[in-house]
Design a protein around this ligand. Structure first.
Ligand code: HPA
Length: 304
């Protein structure tokens, strides 16, 4: 079942709330720093979805306006404590320094998300992506916390997703196709944008930050993986496992967005020496890795 009416209402409410709160928002997508190499295509806001333990990234923005999901009709809140429920609009500083006269790149941040394991439908899980598309977002950065399956990846490191396996058993595109969103059988030969991935690798290398590359497998959860499942996912070619992201990427690609996916690897899942990964530990490690992730995203956004 598609929810285009609900998406339209939530988008209209978000736009109205941002316009009411911020004079800057009435001309949000036009002004952008010429010396950063911006062109017309750069005028739209960058979308950013912040996952478990990563919400802090939305705190340091110029002209920051937050709109709680509860103010948007029909927009699903997350029942997970570590997920703040708000859209945040603002600007990251430009690459030109702290010049107050130069407006930074606008960003629209989804601070927290809902999940299938909360009993949410695929349409609800993807509502944020579809609202962002309605707000003019064409480039989307999706983050999450994930368990490392690749034994060479350390907990606390960051992985740039090169591809994904959708093992949730769901698709947000089931049902009548919504033609204004995209085509019936969208291509998935390159779910993550090659240019954005290259920029992430180049930027992290310049910062001296190690960025792993790998395949993310999305599962429904909420239970963590057994050793046998962990072994199987690794044999399938996955490097990290998590309970979000894949449906959002499908919805974003369906709508023609360019997508970058970054995972904070909060724990290691090794089938022959499994140890419990409690949520508190996942949040703590993701928040630590999130500091580096924040630096990387800030450095990248001005170049997009
Ligand atoms: N498995 C599934 N989801 C996760 C994990 C994990 O090990 N770590 C963080 N999110």
């Amino acid at each position: 079942m598609q929810n285009s009416q609900e998406v339209q209402s939530a988008t209209a409410a978000l736009r109205a709330a941002l316009e009411a709160a911020s004079g800057a928002f009435s001309q949000p997508f036009g002004a952008h720093c010429i010396s950063c190499g911006s062109t017309e295509k750069n005028a739209s806001p960058i979308g950013l979805i912040l996952g478990t333990g990563l919400s802090g990234l939305a705190d340091r923005l110029a002209e920051r306006v937050a709109v709680p999901y509860a103010d948007l009709p029909g927009f699903p809140a997350s029942s997970v404590d570590s997920h703040v429920g708000a859209f945040v609009w603002g600007r990251f500083p430009t690459a030109c320094g702290e010049d107050d006269d130069v407006p930074g790149r606008p960003v629209l941040i989804q601070q927290g998300r809902c999940h299938l394991y909360e009993g949410r439908t695929p349409a609800e899980v993807c509502m944020g992506v579809r609202v962002m598309a309605g707000m003019g977002v064409k480039t989307l950065i999706i983050t999450n916390a994930a368990g490392a399956l690749n034994p060479t990846f350390d907990a606390g490191s960051i992985m740039c997703m090169t591809d994904f396996i959708n093992h949730t058993g769901h698709s947000p595109l089931v049902g009548c196709n919504c033609d204004q969103w995209g085509q019936r059988f969208p291509d998935m030969s390159m779910p993550f944008d090659a240019e954005l991935r290259a920029l992430a690798m180049e930027t992290s290398a310049k910062m001296g930050l190690r960025l792993e590359r790998g395949v993310y497998i999305g599962v429904r959860g909420p239970e963590m993986e057994t050793p046998a499942e962990t072994r199987m996912y690794r044999q399938w070619g996955a490097d990290a496992v998590g309970m979000s992201t894949v449906l959002e990427v499908i919805a974003a690609r369906h709508m023609g967005m360019r997508v970058l996916g970054l995972s904070c690897l909060s724990n290691k899942n090794l089938p022959d020496c499994m140890t419990p990964a409690p949520l508190e530990e996942i949040i703590l490690v993701a928040a630590q890795a999130g500091k580096n992730l924040g630096r990387l995203i800030r450095a990248m956004v001005t170049k997009l």
